[in-house]
Design a protein around this ligand. Structure first.
Ligand code: UDP
Length: 237
């Protein structure tokens, strides 16, 4: 499978067409952005970590009954995925308070919730990805009621699977963002990535951050954090 024309360049990935119109190739970059593109930088080796980690997790989720866009990894940065129309909703699941939740509601980070929370934002960079609820999403025709229900169900399932998976690796899954896509026949599948760019991971013993917050907050040790979480995922310990 080879790349033909570039379809799209995002902040962290490029997407290429292939000879098969139902497939495309995603290519992961080392570029990093935060705060809706205001902060820019690179994290050496990030593209490799995010590509391989996403693919491992997508395969695990498929086995657990969550359909995904994953098809085949071609090399350390490039992966064949099913071509989808991205549903313009970002889904955020939280197990523990952090980031914008702590800020919005004026609470400290680290409060463990009895039940996970779900929130949506409208995937629209010009508007700064505004928060909305499912009624707003319906009003804006971003998805149907059935699609929103399915997206919620899959998102909580992803949380259950990944929370248990990471705990075995000594990592707490604090929160994460998901995106879904629609195949030509209307099937909803998990798309985009699942990586330290899109999840908060805290070491279960030390509480050390093993994710993009180290970049967002200028904490240093960014590359090492990506390497550490990747090592645990690939060695299983
Ligand atoms: N997140 C993401 N992309 C976004 C916004 C959030 O991947 O555009 C992820 C982020 O890495 C974190 C979770 O979603 O794991 C919750 O992020 P939050 O709403 O707390 O926003 P932040 O504090 O990152 O601005």
């Amino acid at each position: 499978m080879e790349k033909t024309v570039q379809l799209y360049e995002g902040k962290a990935k490029k997407v290429y067409a292939t000879a098969d119109e139902t497939l495309c190739i995603v290519s992961y970059k080392d570029d990093a952005t935060a705060f809706n593109g205001v902060k820019k930088g690179t994290i050496a080796g990030k593209g490799v970590v995010n590509n391989r980690m996403t693919n491992m997790l997508m395969q695990l989720l498929e086995q657990q009954g969550v359909p995904t866009h994953f098809v085949e990894e071609i090399n350390e940065r490039d992966t064949v995925v099913k071509r989808v129309k991205i549903v313009p909703l970002e889904v955020i699941i939280r197990n523990v308070s952090a980031g914008s939740f702590a800020k919005h509601y004026g609470v400290e980070e680290g409060i463990v919730f009895d039940e996970p929370t779900i929130e949506f934002s409208y995937k629209n960079d010009d508007l700064g990805d505004p928060l909305l609820n499912s009624y707003h999403a319906l009003a804006l025709k971003l998805a149907t009621k059935e699609e929103i229900e399915l997206i919620k169900k899959y998102s909580f399932k992803v949380n259950e699977v990944l929370k248990a998976y990471f705990l075995k690796l000594g990592v707490r899954l604090i929160d994460f963002k998901l995106e879904f896509g629609k195949l030509n026949d209307g099937t909803i599948v998990l798309a985009d990535e699942i990586s330290p760019d899109t999840c908060r991971f805290w070491d279960a013993k030390t509480g050390e951050k093993l994710d993009k917050d180290r970049f967002r907050r200028d904490m240093g040790g960014v590359e090492d954090a990506y390497k550490e979480i990747f090592k645990r995922v690939t060695t299983g310990e």
